[in-house]
Structure formats: C-alpha cells, structure tokens
Design a protein around this ligand. Structure first.
Ligand code: NDP
Ligand code: 8X3
Length: 250
C-alpha cells in the first residue's frame, strides 16, 4: 500500500511477523530492536524479496536519548502507522518473591519505552493531521492472573495510555488501536523465564496457542479499514483461551 510503517520490536515474534506481512503488501518499513544482526538480516530479506524501502533503527526503547536520536535520524518522518510492540515479561513469581530488576525491566520497557517512542513520533502525525498508533497490550492488561503481577500492571498501564491517547489525539485525526493478544508462542516465554527453553515450551503444552503470524494478520487488518473507521480495542485469543487465566488444556 506504499505507506510508512514504524514497528518497534521487529527482531522477533509479532513485530517480525508484522514486518513481513506489511512488506508483502507493499508498505515501506522502519523496523527497530536492540539486536542489530537480526535487524540487518530482516532488512536485507525484505528489500530483496519485496523491493520496498526498509530502514533499520537499532535502539533500546528504555533509553529516551537513543529513541530521540534514532527517530531524528530519519530523513522521512511521515509515519502512517506506528506499531508500539516492543515489550517483555521478566519473571513469573508471587509478588513477594519478585525481583526489582525484573520489575524495572518491565516498567521501563512496556510503559516508559512505549511513551518515549510515541512522544518522538506524535508531533509528526499531528503535523500531518493523520496517523495510526497501534499499541500491543495483552489479555494481561484486562485481567490479572496468578504470578503475573507487575507484567499485568504494565499492560494495564498500556490499556490506560491507549484510552488516553485516543481522547487526546482525537482532535488531530489520529487513530489509536489497542490490540490485546492472549498466549502466542514466540520468544516471549523464553525471555520471561530468563532463557529456560524447556520451561518456556511447557507454557504452550496441551493446547494450541496463537502464532506470531495470527497476531500479525490482525495488526495488518486494523490498518486496512476506511479512513472514517477505527477499531479502538481488540482482544484476541486462540480458541483454547477464554481470558487471561482460563485456558482449556486437552
Ligand atoms: P518476543 O520476545 O518474540 O519479541 C519481543 C520484541 O520486543 C523483540 O523484537 C525485542 O527486540 C523487542 N524488545 C524487547 N525489549 C526491548 C527494548 N528494551 N528495546 C527495544 N526493543 C525491545 O515477544 P512477542 O513478539 O510475543 O511480544 C511482542 C509484544 O507482545 C510485547 O509487548 C508482549 O508483551 C506482547 N504480548 C505477547 C504475548 C505472547 O503471548 N507472546 C501476548 C500478549 C502480548 P530486541 O530483543 O532485539 O531488542
Ligand atoms: C502475554 C500473554 O498470557 O503471558 O501478554 O499474559 S500472557
């Protein structure tokens, strides 16, 4: 569609799958993440395959200076769609056993990182009187679950920020969509469980979770509606899952 799509956290999971889908549909991309080799490899793959423009920006969303410098380095700052996807869970314990380091990682990435990136991009959307911000929340931002505590809190914050953005940006004609996925098998659980691949696999045992491609197809879909329509908030799970804590194991 020849739009400019800015996706945070495109080195893995939803962000990577979304980048591939937008590219396949002919959009141009700005893809971000901390792992430079992965960004460079994806950039090359998408340019070779789809003949579109792809700009990789390597930065940590927790560092506002890096965020601002990266976005200022863009020659074309007319961004049609911002997908605020970069995020993580770190740890899965009772709150009394949680680590400060895990808590800070989640709060700094999922809340402050999303705000930093949005703050740097919103002025250009306001100037253009159009744009679409898609925030990746979670079912964990709708209902808490046992041991989810600070991750759930960070995604409840994304829920509140999305509602606020929608009101505050309305006068500028900017769409704000929150997509709240349930369980999807990506690198998410491996990161949450501090690299324990076996334990991460167990999270998805006994039921069929979503794939990154499932979620990417919905991210893409919400950008295809007529100009006058906006999906404000969308909860998405596999058929095995009813809410953030009820999953049918077979
Ligand atoms: P992945 O771990 O597969 O991907 C996470 C992405 O976020 C990576 O590209 C990673 O890039 C990026 N990221 C993490 N921390 C930072 C940082 N500090 N700075 C820049 N980029 C960062 O997980 P998912 O694709 O599953 O997760 C994507 C989003 O979806 C997250 O917000 C997550 O909370 C949310 N979510 C996930 C669900 C799931 O079940 N998988 C369900 C509901 C929501 P890099 O490491 O290269 O920086
Ligand atoms: C990620 C999905 O179920 O771990 O947001 O909360 S879950």
């Amino acid at each position: 569609m020849n739009r400019n799509i800015f996706i945070t956290g495109a080195t893995s999971g939803f962000g990577k799958a979304a980048a591939k889908l937008f590219a396949e549909k002919g959009d141009n991309l700005i893809i971000t993440g901390r792992r430079k080799e992965r960004l460079d490899a994806l950039t090359k793959e998408l340019i070779d395959k789809y003949n579109i423009a792809v700009t990789p920006l390597c930065f940590d969303v927790r560092n506002n200076e890096e965020v601002v410098n990266a976005i200022n380095s863009l020659t074309n700052k007319n961004i049609d769609v911002l997908v605020n996807n970069a995020g993580l869970a770190s740890g899965l314990n009772r709150i009394q056993d949680g680590s400060l380091d895990d808590w800070e990682k989640m709060i700094d990435t999922n809340i402050k990182g999303l705000l930093y990136v949005s703050k740097a991009i919103m002025p250009f959307m306001i100037q253009n009187k159009k744009g679409h911000i898609i925030n990746i929340g979670s079912t964990a931002g709708k209902e808490v679950y046992l041991n989810g505590n600070v991750y759930c809190a960070s995604k409840h914050a994304v829920d509140a920020i999305s509602k606020s953005m929608r009101m505050d940006l309305l006068e500028h004609g900017i769409k704000v969509t929150q997509i709240c996925p349930g369980a999807a098998e990506t690198e998410f659980s491996e990161v949450r469980l501090h690299g324990d691949k076996e334990k991460a696999k167990q999270v998805y045992a006994g039921y069929q979770p979503m794939t990154a491609e499932d979620v990417a197809s919905v991210i893409y879909y919400v950008t295809t509606l007529p100009e006058n329509l906006c999906i404000n908030d969308l909860v998405l799970t596999s058929l095995a899952q009813a809410n953030s804590f009820y999953v049918e194991n077979k």
